[in-house]
Design a protein around this ligand. Structure first.
Ligand code: PLP
Length: 378
């Protein structure tokens, strides 16, 4: 049986009539730009994320770009972000006018820590973007503490972590990803845990000024037509996407539960495979497993052995950002961020989507055991 890394068709089939009706509603209204669907999604997302403001934008990339632009960077201003993340985190920083400064990550959680950020801090640091990689939150209490001590703005990159939570200290209530810092960025790219029928994104904000600026920046810099307080862009969330996402949002928590159950089963199947490091969940975290990512030796050999039996895998990410060609002018060197570099050689993501099912999951787990030559009870 083939096991794709991700199969979106099963989810569509399970909600087909509601999704088709939502699309038809928008098409019938011919109201494609902003309007009631976008307003309603923003209200529903703000309630879900437990944050006062939610502003729909055209992509997760823009959900980073617009808050960064709102900070009005001056030449040489730096933003610290992990070297081990999707390119958009750094691309947005660059395109907003910041100099991206790459930090290393924790080898177990793959996320930034206070220490890895501190190691690259400079007097030009103005902002930090902790990325909640693969669906678990970075230690926000430490990062927000550091930012408050030294004076820097924090924007959470929660593109992969919608619905994740973290208990940020003993006796605290869990805080939702995107609601810990003054602003957060979400992506509705189809492969995300809440995915649209195309591109889409959202900025969450506790900071009213930030929410106001982003709401203006997404429509050319002014709320009133033909009045431009700042130079913005066109980065609206489509009404069609909003309508689709509104159908899916009520199911998000049950999909996360299915992903978590799959992760638990993989953990059971792979715990005795000494070559494999399964994901480590930081204490206090509720992980939503946008990706289930192992560290393994002989990663590429494992991938091709799995591919030979019809099992799809992914490598997120093969090249750390400080070594990307486009950032050569920043002077990144091999060996500079050893954990990020090592992870790029060792990580492999397995199918974890909610509809995966027991039989396909067992097949993946068994194929990995076979590759490393681990018998039952070894
Ligand atoms: C960590 C991270 N940041 C930002 C983005 C950008 O989101 P989008 O693809 O919606 O622009 C993504 C998504 O691919 C992501 O994984």
């Amino acid at each position: 049986m083939n096991v794709p890394l991700l199969d979106l068709k099963a989810q569509y089939q399970s909600l087909k009539s509601e999704l088709d009706a939502a699309v038809e509603r928008v098409v019938t209204s011919q109201g494609f730009i902003m309007g009631p669907e976008v307003d309603a999604l923003e209200a529903e997302m703000a309630a879900y994320l437990e944050t006062p403001f939610a502003v729909g934008v055209a992509s997760g990339t823009d959900a980073l770009l617009l808050p960064l632009k709102a900070l009005d960077p001056q030449p040489g201003d730096e933003v610290i972000l992990p070297a081990f993340t999707f390119f958009a985190t750094a691309g947005a920083a660059w395109n907003a006018g910041f100099t991206p400064v790459f930090c290393d990550v924790d080898p177990h959680t793959f996320n930034v820590t206070r220490e890895t950020i501190e190691a690259v801090w400079s007097e030009r640091t103005r902002a930090i973007i902790p990325v909640h990689l693969f669906g678990q939150m970075a230690p926000m209490e430490d990062i927000l503490g550091l930012a408050a001590e030294r004076g820097a703005y924090v924007i959470e990159d929660a593109a992969q972590a919608i619905g994740a939570k973290r208990v940020c200290g003993a006796g605290h209530e869990p805080v939702m990803a995107g609601a810990a810092a003054p602003a957060g960025a979400f992506s509705f790219f189809p492969s995300k845990n809440l995915g649209g029928f195309g591109d889409g994104g959202l900025v969450s904000a506790r900071d009213p000024q930030m929410a106001d600026k982003v709401a203006k920046l997404r429509v050319h810099g002014g709320r009133q037509m033909y009045h431009h307080e700042m130079v913005g862009t066109n980065s609206r969330l489509d009404a069609l996407q909003a309508a689709v996402l509104r159908v899916k949002l009520p199911h998000l928590d049950s999909w996360a539960a299915a992903r978590r159950a799959n992760a638990c089963k993989y953990e059971g199947m792979l715990a005795d495979v000494s070559d494999v490091s399964t994901p480590v969940v930081l204490e206090g975290n509720f992980h939503v497993y946008n990706q289930y990512t192992l560290r393994v030796p002989r990663r590429d050999e494992l991938r091709s052995a799995l591919a030979d039996t019809g099992i799809g895998t992914g490598v997120y990410y093969p090249i750390p950002l400080h070594l990307q060609e486009c950032f050569a002018s920043l002077g990144g060197q091999e060996g500079q961020l050893p954990v990020a570099e090592q992870l790029c050689r060792e990580v492999v993501s397995l199918p974890i989507f909610p509809e995966l099912g027991e039989a396909r999951l067992q097949q993946v787990g068994q194929a990995i055991r076979d590759f490393f030559g681990v018998e039952k009870g070894d």
